[in-house]
Design a protein around this ligand. Structure first.
Ligand code: ASP
Length: 328
């Protein structure tokens, strides 16, 4: 077959322009608003971190970072949405431990947390608090556990669905006290907390980013934090470990992800913007007021997120399997 020099030249030119235009797009990124997908309802802990982060990132990235709440299935629908989004840097995901528990909880997960994303970095660590409706007849954790055991058939435990950290914390709490409760799933712990305030549910394990203000104002009853040590935002409250649930610990970490295949220049721009935002004094101050802790510089990197994700998958997989909790 005669070599067609003209056609070969045309292909090379096409290849050259597609590579250079891709590079140009990435180098000019961003040229329009960026959307940060939040897997839970507006007003909840993840949304609070996301909107504070988005507003701070908007100050330096050169475009507005918008927040869009995509609900359902304990955060897995949002993760699947971003895994299948255009890898152009304009659709990002913020998610928490749920990225590491989903593989064990969902037998038919429509994405792979370890292969379907690019890893931007972690954001903040947030403690959880075990709270109850304020008229529950218990003054401390031991009295709450006794009350639960005496009324287990009537007690409702709220969470944000299979894969939410409120589900994980609630599962660990039930296992620790040896009682199985009726659980009521919501699209996030914002509606779950509203149900608690309205007396429709009895107990909720939720993050300090949302519960701190309610605990301080007395609209809910507080039974402990899920950290090894007491926290600066709520120093007068004991840890669950102090209350008798030895070594009970759940800390909520947050990662920002992009779809697999996003250009390196774009990822670098997003990563640098994230790291600048998480060190912004107003961001740090607001997060600290809500009990959230800054993370190490290592955790702020792409590798710091991906290696932590792998560690957490390895940690929670066996715990979830031993609890026999999953969704087909
Ligand atoms: N973090 C979720 C939210 O913001 C709740 C959860 O994961 O339990 O609603």
């Amino acid at each position: 077959m005669k070599f067609n020099f003209t056609r070969a030249l045309a292909y090379l030119a096409l290849l050259f322009f597609s590579i250079t235009s891709g590079l140009t797009l990435a180098q000019n990124y961003p040229t329009k608003p960026i959307t940060l997908i939040v897997p839970f309802a507006a007003g909840g802990p993840t949304d609070i971190v996301a909107r504070t982060l988005a507003a701070t990132m908007s100050k330096t990235v050169g475009q507005t970072v918008l927040v869009d709440n995509k609900l359902g299935a304990g955060g897995t629908l949002a993760a699947a949405f971003v895994a299948n989004a255009q890898p152009d840097g304009y659709t990002l995901l913020i998610h928490h431990n749920g990225m590491s528990t989903a593989p064990a909880l969902y037998r038919k997960l429509s994405f792979n947390p370890l292969t379907d994303f690019e890893y931007i970095g972690q954001v903040v660590d947030v403690p959880m608090t075990l709270i109850a409706r304020k008229d529950i007849p218990a003054k401390n954790l031991q009295e709450l556990i006794a009350y639960i055991k005496q009324n287990s058939s009537k007690i409702n435990l709220a969470n944000a669905g299979l894969g939410a950290v409120s589900h994980l914390c609630g599962m660990l709490f039930q296992k620790a006290i040896g009682v199985e409760l009726t659980t009521v799933p919501f699209s996030g712990t914002a509606p779950a907390l509203n149900a608690l305030l309205g007396g429709q549910v009895d107990i909720l394990c939720d993050q300090t980013t949302q519960t701190t203000q309610h605990i301080k104002s007395g609209t809910v009853k507080m039974f402990g934090v899920t950290t090894k040590e007491r926290i600066k935002a709520l120093p007068e409250y004991p840890t669950l470990s102090e209350g008798g649930l030895k070594d009970f610990e759940v800390i909520v970490w947050h990662g920002v992800y992009a779809p697999k295949g996003t250009a390196n220049a774009t990822l670098e721009k997003i990563g640098n913007t994230l790291r600048t935002a998480t060190k912004d004094p107003s961001f740090v101050a607001k997060m600290a007021d809500l009990g959230a802790e800054s993370v190490s510089d290592t955790k702020l990197t792409s590798e710091g997120l991906k290696s932590w994700l792998q560690t957490e998958i390895n940690k929670w997989g066996p715990v979830i399997k031993s609890a026999g909790v999953y969704s087909d």
